[in-house]
Structures are given as C-alpha cells and as structure tokens.
Design a protein around this ligand. Sequence first.
Ligand code: OXD
Length: 316
Amino acid sequence: MPAFNILVINKLAERHIAAIKSAAPDSTVLAAEPADAGRHIGDANIVATWGTADFRPLFTQAPELRWVHALSAGVEKLLFPEMLNSSVKLTNSRGIHGIPMSEHVLSLILAFTRGLHVLFKQQQQQIWQRTPLEEVYEKTIGIVGLGSIGREVAKRAKALGMRVIAAKREQTAELFVDELYLPDQLTDLLKTADFIVVALPLTAQTRHLFTTALFRQMKPSAYFINVSRGAVVNEADLTAALREGTIKGAALDVFEQEPLPQSSPLWTMPNVIITPHIAAISPYYLDRAIKLFCQNLTSFAAGEDMVNLIDKQKGY
Ligand code: OXD
C-alpha cells in the first residue's frame, strides 16, 4: 500500500485520524487549522479541505499534491485556473447532506405554514393573537435539482401527504416523486408548485437561473426555498418579487454575498426567513465526511475509481 502525506484542513477528533490511518496505514495524517496549513502543504500528497474556503494560495505551494477532497458539497473556491489546468484530482462530499438539509427544508416550509415566523415576533412582544395558518397536506412541492438532497426532501414531503414534483437533468425512476420534469419544462413545475425548493449545484448553467422571468411563472401564493447557493438566484429580482407580491414568501439559507450584508432589504422583509448557511449542519457531519473521504482514500491507494469525482471543467 503506498504511503501518502495527508493534510486535513480542519480540526479532527482522534477517531477521525484513526479512521484515516486505518484506510492508508503507512501514511502520515495531519489535521491543521487553516492558519497552520501553510507549514505542512509543501509535502502534502492529499488534502481534505472545505470547497468554500480560499485554497488557491496553498495550492500554489503544493508541488506534491495529487488529490483534493472537499469536505463540503460545494467546490466553488477550488475551481481556480491552476487547479483546472492541473492533473490534481478533485472530489467532494455530496451525498452526506440529505438528512440535515431535508430536515432544514421541511422545518422552513412548516415554519411558514404554521406561522412561526409571525408568532415568534409576537412572542417577543408578548402579543396573544391568532394568525392565519395553512396545511402542507396535498399541497405541491416542486424540487429543482433531484440529487441526494432533493430525494431526501421528496421522501419527507411524501410522508406529510404532499404531491411531489421535481426537475432533473434526466428521467429516472423515482420512488417519492409523482411527476418528473426535464430542465426545459421547468416553467411547468414553477406554475403548479406551492413550495419551490432549490437544491441545484452552482454551475455556469445554474448561475442566476432564477430571475424575474421565472418568479413571474410562480403562483402568487408560492413560497421559494433556497438551500443550494445564493448565486443560483438573482437576489435583486427575488427581492423585487417578494416586495411586489409576485410570490408569497422565501426561506433562504444561502445568498449571493455571505454573510448577507446588513444593508440587504431581505433582513427586514416580513415574508422572508433567513438562516445563515447552516442547512447542512449536524453533529454527525464530520463523521460522515471523513467516512466518505476514507472510502475514497482506499480507492485512491489501490488506483481504483473514486466516488464523487468532480469534472473540473463542468464544475460538478
Ligand atoms: C456544502 C454546504 O457545500 O453545506 O457542503 O453548503
């Protein structure tokens, strides 16, 4: 078994280090905070880091690097020109987000339908006042992007008695989806969905996909939920759609600029729920990410195909 210098740019528990060592027994494994990573990058053959962190300065000091694994699903900060023009392999952690992110999506939907965003504000002012409430039962959820996250959302929505429709690049047999649309049929989905959930990766094709033209296809009673990447949406167009009543509300975990600037009108809109890019957070996140990394490490050491290999030109 070949020996590698493995650098993980994140704090790790002993059990994570032990798991990595048992996948590549002769290798050295170091876990470093971003500020310390520079001291170890020169020898590193394999790096695990966040796809949302600026890795470019380290990459240019890493002549021995052969593979970068993103601990996140997003790899947007890893697609810089030196990486694209190199033979360094890139993988990500897609597939481990489904449970926390689908729970987050469902809690946002239920927060709107059960009026929690209104009731919580009233509680702070000690106001006892009923507010109109809705049900999700037999309502239509439209999931745009049916990967591992979208599928978990579909499964949970079905359990609540919802009609599930989804848009996906190709037709597949889906257990929890009532109707599947191809990308060129997206407007058919938008016209009928009561809740639109965006779970797409950010690519050249999906950047600013949601503009005024698409918000105008949605029902005025529709809620828009984005847990993917802020740049999939033209935020100014979304803000206008919310202000003008083109749609009823939005729950947003991701934004074009993060942290969301204090000057953003979204902060104070009564029909908006904001969460600070936390939909994937779970006490089990790192356990799952390291398990996936170890699975790929075994394949890499054996010269076999790894899962979640990113096509660097396509960006996903
Ligand atoms: C990710 C995320 O990319 O949580 O993993 O946004």
